[in-house]
Design a protein around this ligand. Structure first.
Ligand code: MN
Length: 196
């Protein structure tokens, strides 16, 4: 079943890639002026406000966006994940973050009431959503409904970078207890995923 899914995904990705890249688009992407003067009265470290346009500086690193720890060390199990907050405007109900899991790393296995809307930007890996395990790669979409166990794992030889849109005001993630883990592990493909 997973192999069939992988085949369908690959076909879909090929079609998306062919449709998405128009002539000149790649050049325009890096064409904007270096920075635009920030609007006065807004917050931001060492400036009056965030630049309106922040070019990419390196692979999924952006000007004036500082990579942060994914979570407080020791607060939950994870390995090799960085977090960048790309958009956090109090006038919007949502926040957009970029997470990158280094090769062989993984995010926390967790669930919560708030929803995640995820777009894979870079690399490859696998994700668990509920009792579904699936391969993911650039431009795939992952919807994580409320109170659904989820985890992202990067491939051994590739990072897994993804955008994650989330409510600005949200509940704290819950970690699985022994009964939750036993229920998840009842499915062999989930147990294999959790074991890395
Ligand atoms: Mn989550």
């Amino acid at each position: 079943m997973i192999d069939e899914d992988r085949g369908a995904d690959a076909d879909a990705r090929t079609r998306v890639a062919a449709a998405a890249v128009a002539p000149g688009q790649a050049a325009e992407r890096h064409a904007p002026a270096d920075t635009v003067a920030p609007a006065p009265g807004m917050h931001g470290p060492g400036m009056h406000g965030p630049a309106l346009i922040r070019p990419e500086r390196g692979a999924c690193r952006w000007q004036d966006v500082v990579p942060m720890a994914y979570k407080d060390e020791g607060s939950a199990p994870f390995r090799d994940v960085s977090r960048q907050v790309l958009f956090d405007d109090a006038r919007m109900g949502c926040e957009l973050r970029y997470f990158e899991v280094a090769p062989g790393g993984h995010s926390t296995l967790e669930r919560h009431q708030h929803v995640h809307a995820v777009i894979i930007l870079r690399g490859a890996g696998r994700c668990l959503v509920g009792d579904v395990v699936a391969p993911v790669a650039a431009h795939d979409l992952v919807h994580i409904p409320p109170m659904t166990w989820h985890q992202f794992r990067a491939a051994p030889d590739q990072p897994l970078g993804f955008l994650c849109m989330v409510d600005r005001v949200r509940d704290r993630p819950q970690l699985p207890g022994p009964d939750d883990l036993a229920a998840l592990r009842a499915r062999p493909e989930v147990a294999a995923f959790l074991d890395g």
